[in-house]
Ligand binder design. Structure first.
Ligand code: GCO
Length: 452
């Protein structure tokens, strides 16, 4: 039994395994009004009272726009092989489409060259949630035109950076964009209509499909894919019909609603709202555009979700929280879920994979001697990497791992209250301090594994 963790003395990774960490533009860059960047939906959302904890915003964030050299220095010190960052659409096409802002491209141009000089492979995400507000004013993702605007944006970026970026990720977690942004109102633009969410799903996927050939054209040597936040759902009472049904429905909306069109060219038959909207939403040929093979699927994994249906009204479902270890996000530490997820996608949606995000938020602060001792995060990484290795042994084609995140940063609706970094950021001074988990991770990279 190769996939039994007890058989390992050492957790060793394949040669050429890609090691790095991830960030996102709005969460780290700051400089929201510099060099011609226009307003994004997140600037607007943050400025709306009551939307973000403590009224925080990405206005300054980690000031990475000015400190990127220092941040590359950190990555070099940690021995990263790769770095996943995202590009801010409002810097590149301030009007959403049309005129290209060269100054915005200059920033990423310098960043990419700096990474290459440091021997770090750049992996760029084209869309990590900062839509130009002007496009939201014209309808945002529920509007089909936004998919065509995204294709224009992709071409502008690829023309400039296509020769040097190693990996391209079209979208980050389109589920969050659609459902947190347009149905639950927890994320920008803060709308609350399930129909808008489902329309967004289709246009996000369509935009991915439209971008794929453009990326191939300008970057034939690069690897291209999309990143999904796939979820692992468990029934609170295994075997209980109502709980099992809740799991099936949740799996449909968070996983199959994206995986099926991407890998099989169909929307799941059991997604009622998509089936209802499809006749007007999905035009002939759309699913063929969406169903183009990528070189990899990016997977973000943090936790599992345990669902229990209400005894009186089985349509009502709530999350339950089994005993265990929890992060400051209130997320259960459940490493085995990563193994379950990876082996499931390999079986049902065969591809190569990267873990494009995985990490933990903890209550970090420097101690008296200036160190940040973040044991929970170190244990979290160790346990998840062990499960990743186990999945590789079970046949999963896993090519790399990006920890979330390089730096503490703006955690969306939670503002600066939640810390996910391998590096601590003192927001008052912008001082960076590598946490113990960061040093541990660096050793893992150097040794391409670790002793159990
Ligand atoms: C995500 C987001 C990250 C979050 C992280 C922790 O892709 O969900 O990409 O931006 O910060 O997931 O919640």
């Amino acid at each position: 039994m190769t996939s039994d963790l007890n058989n390992y003395d050492r957790v060793e990774f394949p040669r050429d395994f890609v090691w790095g960490a991830a960030t996102a533009s709005y969460q780290i860059e700051g400089a929201t009004e510099e060099d011609g960047r226009s307003e994004s939906i997140w600037d607007r959302f943050c400025a709306t009272p009551g939307k973000v904890l403590n009224g925080d915003s990405g206005k300054v964030a980690d000031d990475h726009y000015h400190r990127w050299r220092e941040d590359i220095g950190l990555m070099r010190q940690l021995g990263f092989k790769a770095y996943r960052f995202s590009i801010a659409w409002p810097r590149i096409l301030p009007q959403g489409r049309g005129e290209v802002n060269q100054k915005g491209l200059d920033f990423y141009d310098r960043l990419v060259d700096g990474l290459l000089e440091a021997g770090i492979a750049p992996y760029a995400t084209l869309y990590h949630w900062d839509l130009p507000q002007v496009l939201q004013d014209q309808g945002g993702w529920p509007a089909r035109d936004t998919a065509y605007a995204y294709a224009e944006y992709t071409e502008a970026v690829l023309k400039r950076l296509g020769d040097r970026v190693k990996g391209w990720i079209t979208h980050n977690e389109p589920w969050c964009v659609a459902f947190l942004g347009y149905r639950d109102g927890h994320h920008a633009p803060g709308l609350t209509d399930p129909r808008l969410a489902v329309s967004s799903v289709h246009h996000l996927l369509l935009s991915h499909g439209l971008a794929m050939p453009i990326i191939r054209q300008y970057a034939p040597q690069a690897q291209v894919g999309i990143t999904l936040n796939l979820a692992v759902y468990h029934p609170a009472r295994p075997g209980n019909a109502a709980d099992e049904l809740a799991v099936k429905r949740a799996d449909c909306e968070q996983n199959r609603l994206f995986l099926d069109p991407l890998f099989k060219g169909v929307y799941p038959e059991d997604h009622a709202l998509m089936q209802e909207l499809a006749p007007t939403l999905v035009q002939p040929g759309d699913l063929e555009i969406i169903n183009v093979p990528g070189d990899f699927l990016g997977i973000n994994y943090y936790t599992r979700t345990v669902l229990q249906a209400d005894a009186q009204d089985p349509q009502k479902v709530r999350e339950v929280h089994p005993e265990g270890i929890y992060t400051t996000m209130g997320w259960e530490v459940y490493p085995e879920g990563l193994y379950q997820l990876l082996t499931r996608v390999q079986r049902e949606y065969p591809s190569h994979y990267y873990i494009t995000e995985n990490g933990a938020s903890t209550d970090d602060r420097p101690n008296a001697s200036g160190q940040v001792v973040d044991e929970l995060r170190q244990n979290y990484l160790r346990a998840h990497l062990s499960q990743a290795r186990r999945a590789i042994d079970a046949g999963v084609q896993l090519d790399g791992y990006f920890a979330w995140s390089l730096l503490d940063n703006f955690e969306w609706a939670w503002g600066y209250d939640r810390r996910f970094g391998l590096t601590y950021v003192d927001y008052a001074t912008q001082e960076r301090i590598i946490k113990n988990s960061g040093y541990w991770y660096s050793d893992v990279i150097k040794a391409n594994g670790f002793d159990k």
